[in-house]
Design a protein around this ligand. Structure first.
Ligand SMILES: *[C@@H]1O[C@H](CO)[C@@H](O)[C@H](O)[C@H]1NC(C)=O
Ligand SMILES: *[C@@H]1O[C@H](CO)[C@@H](O)[C@H](O)[C@H]1NC(C)=O
Ligand SMILES: *[C@@H]1O[C@H](CO)[C@@H](O)[C@H](O)[C@H]1NC(C)=O
Ligand SMILES: *[C@@H]1O[C@H](CO)[C@@H](O)[C@H](O)[C@H]1NC(C)=O
Ligand SMILES: *[C@@H]1O[C@H](CO)[C@@H](O)[C@H](O)[C@H]1NC(C)=O
Length: 371
């Protein structure tokens, strides 16, 4: 049971030797005081397999190689809430005693509603049911509050929801599990904004996904395979991107998650999350989004032609992705991605001005979270 007995004192001694950083730098809370590797680590959301947090993950958090954690169903035990509560407490302790002391970890999951819920608790209604409510705004606000309550019961602070996709065909990829509020972009906009505001009023961050929209993906899933969404730019903007206006300007959503689909009307070569055009021109310049971007799972099948997870992460960071989701439930994946990003920064492969600006956005959002 070595994995459970986490000796923080011994770990800190060995870390001090490795980094030889003055204690004041470690706890000063300014990004400049961190090493490149720790700064790169702030950009990575790690994951782990099973119900016990592996020593490797606690160690990575202490060393500042994980800026956050994404939790999946396999990380909890439905009949024993103490499993996840203990995991969160261990991770927070590892963070508080490590080189990222003073910075909150992003603790995230996918709690959309209906069948797409990792945690016990609400929202029991799926997005489609919310979209069909008599008062969509009121139903979506309650749904956001229920999702936030489910996260907060375990000390989590970031929900990778709501889905802003405007589905096209009954039973398609988004509609199959009722993940899309409506076929009507205006209803999706109202619902998404209310869900985001509802979550914020309950102290949980939202991530609007998956920009610029998966509503026209048909039956294809980017988790499994490359997906091309060939809708004309005018349609993409008037239907799929419409809810982002409400999410960004009305609800001031904290994070946006781009999709891994390819949108030839915007960029014929790179999927949205790897596309400078889509992140910089469409999301940031056109929609005025100044918050934090978070990638979808870096191991997704849609990216199979873009190299290793580490190479994909470099491309994503270069395109403007602030946080990288290392969601393979492999304890080595996140730290390995962090090392790759640090290497790309040191070698000058990544634009340092943009990297620094990305860290500032992340730090600013992190500073709003309780420790
Ligand atoms: C979940 O917890 C219950 C109660 O503590 C335990 O009996 C069960 O073995 C656990 N399940 C798994 C998969 O570990
Ligand atoms: C719908 O709910 C919102 C938020 O609770 C409320 O402000 C609004 O008055 C309601 N609209 C109707 C038509 O009842
Ligand atoms: C879409 O929803 C809006 C707002 O509820 C409504 O006014 C409009 O008529 C709907 N459009 C269609 C095509 O149903
Ligand atoms: C886990 O991730 C590491 C680092 O990316 C990789 O080398 C290793 O092959 C992965 N393990 C599995 C079982 O996929
Ligand atoms: C780095 O990014 C900044 C901001 O986008 C840009 O002004 C600058 O030209 C870039 N530098 C290089 C070497 O590409």
């Amino acid at each position: 049971m070595r994995l459970l007995i986490f000796s923080s004192a011994a770990l800190l001694c060995s870390l001090a030797a490795v980094f030889a950083a003055p204690a004041s730098d470690v706890t000063s809370g300014s990004a400049e005081a961190l090493t490149t590797l720790q700064r790169a680590g702030q950009k990575v959301i790690c994951s782990y397999p099973g119900q016990l947090v592996p020593a490797e993950t606690l160690d990575a958090v202490t060393q500042g190689l994980c800026g956050g954690i994404i939790f999946f169903g396999e990380n909890l035990n439905q009949s024993d809430p103490s499993v996840l509560l203990t995991a969160v407490a261990q991770l927070k302790q590892a963070n508080a005693e490590g080189l990222n002391a003073g910075r909150a970890l992003f603790l995230s999951t996918d709690q959309e509603g209906g069948v797409v819920r990792r945690l016990p608790g609400g929202p029991f209604q799926n997005a489609k049911q919310v979209g069909h409510s008599r008062n969509v705004s009121a139903a979506a606000a309650s749904s956001g509050q229920e999702a936030a309550a489910a996260l907060k019961a375990y000390g989590l602070n970031l929900n990778l929801a709501p889905v802003l996709g405007v589905y096209r065909t009954p039973n398609d990829f988004l509609d199959e599990f009722g993940r899309s509020y409506s076929q009507n972009a205006s209803v999706v906009s109202t619902a998404a904004a209310a869900f985001i505001s509802g979550q914020r009023s309950s102290g949980v961050l939202s991530s609007a996904k998956h920009f610029p929209g998966l509503g026209a993906a048909g039956s294809k899933n980017t988790d499994e395979e490359p997906v091309t969404i060939s809708v004309p730019l005018s349609e993409l903007r008037s239907i799929d991107e419409a809810p982002y206006k409400a999410a960004i300007h009305q609800a001031e959503v904290e994070l946006v998650m781009p999709s891994w689909a390819l949108y030839p009307s915007l960029d014929a070569a790179f999927p949205a999350g790897l596309s400078r055009t889509i992140i910089q021109r469409e999301l940031r310049a056109r929609h005025g989004f100044a918050g934090v971007t978070v990638s979808d799972a870096i191991e997704a099948g849609a990216l199979r032609d873009f190299g290793s997870h580490e190479q994909r992460a470099r491309l994503a960071a270069d395109a403007g992705m602030d946080l990288i989701l290392a969601a393979a439930r492999n304890a080595s994946q996140g730290p390995s991605v962090a090392r790759a990003l640090a290497g790309a920064y040191d070698s000058g492969t990544l634009n340092r001005t943009e990297f620094d600006a990305s860290i500032v956005r992340i730090e600013k959002l992190r500073s709003t979270l309780p420790l």
